[in-house]
Design a protein around this ligand. Structure first.
Ligand SMILES: Nc1ncnc2c1ncn2[C@@H]1O[C@H](COP(=O)(O)OP(=O)(O)OP(=O)(O)O)[C@@H](O)[C@H]1O
Length: 270
């Protein structure tokens, strides 16, 4: 399996006034393989969403490189970057941001029309296939106000997949769902991943992370640890950790990060 996405010495800072610069990402190096399912965890404010925005070209890096499918994102014009995001990347968020005045089907097909890769008939056909796969085909002509949170998240997944992207980025896609809906959405994402789409998710939920191939843990703008759950054997994924191992690793990693935080607080208060 080859590398689909990688970052080299990725830094991101925000200037909050003349002498107030906050460093959110610090020299992040990571590689995501084609077909991999990666989740990223860490305390609130550690930089997970910022990392996702910078890896997907939704935000601009302050320094360092992000290479997607052999292209360095910062070398692309705004137009080429938008086209790449539309065609090769899909996005799902906790807040789904659907258009109120369009039906569920039209919300899904809209990005297909904007992309222009397929004709109208094929886009509708693909939307119908995706709605069937996600179990919302009976809602196609409904208004989005007539769907539950879990159903709307499925609409979001169909919309993200309409242009058959290389990768799906998700920022807490199950964050607002009950545990049953969250489980179903993860099952769906796993099926999509098994069919070949790479998935990169931010999550706070260890259950969600336990269903990925590899979990990264961020503290204070850096990836400090990672846990591999599956490995590749003869072109197939094989589980090498159990949920119990992941819980233990998470506890250890959280303890280490708490010690790091305490040391930092001590340093700044001296
Ligand atoms: N546009 C911005 N301007 C200034 N600071 C920002 C901006 N976006 C994020 N930050 C800061 O960057 C830090 C990391 O934010 P980020 O949202 O990436 O964290 P996170 O790990 O995803 O947190 P959470 O789990 O709570 O969503 C925070 O301190 C946040 O306040």
């Amino acid at each position: 399996m080859n590398i689909l996405l990688d970052s080299k010495k990725l830094n991101k800072h925000y200037n909050l006034g003349k002498k107030n610069r906050i460093k959110v990402l610090k020299d992040v190096n990571l590689e995501v393989l084609r077909g991999e399912f990666v989740t990223i965890m860490g305390p609130s404010g550690s930089g997970k969403s910022t990392l996702l925005y910078n890896l997907s070209g939704m935000d601009q890096v302050s320094s360092g490189r992000v290479i997607f499918n052999g292209k360095e994102l910062s070398s692309l014009s705004e137009k080429s970057l938008s086209a790449l995001r539309l065609k090769d990347m899909g996005f799902i968020f906790q807040q789904i941001h659907l258009l109120n005045n369009l039906s569920i089907q039209d919300n899904i097909t809209l990005s297909g029309y904007l992309c222009g890769r397929k004709n109208r008939k094929d886009i509708v056909k693909r939307a119908q296939m995706l709605m069937e796969m996600t179990g919302i085909e009976s809602l196609a002509q409904n208004d989005i106000t007539q769907a539950s949170g879990g159903q709307l998240q499925r609409v979001g997944i169909c919309r993200a997949l309409i242009n058959d992207p290389e990768i799906i980025f998700g920022d807490e896609p199950t964050g607002a769902l009950d545990s049953q809906s969250s489980y179903e959405i993860m099952e769906l994402l796993r099926r999509i991943n098994h069919a070949g789409t790479t998935v990169f998710l931010v999550t706070h939920d260890p259950k969600v992370a336990s269903r990925s191939d590899r979990v990264l843990y961020m503290v204070d703008g850096q990836v400090v640890s990672e846990k591999r759950i599956c490995r590749y054997m003869g072109g197939k994924k094989e589980a090498i950790s159990r949920e119990k191992d992941l819980s233990q690793w998470l506890m250890d990693t959280q303890n280490v990060s708490l010690v790091m935080e305490k040391k930092k607080c001590l340093k700044t208060s001296i």
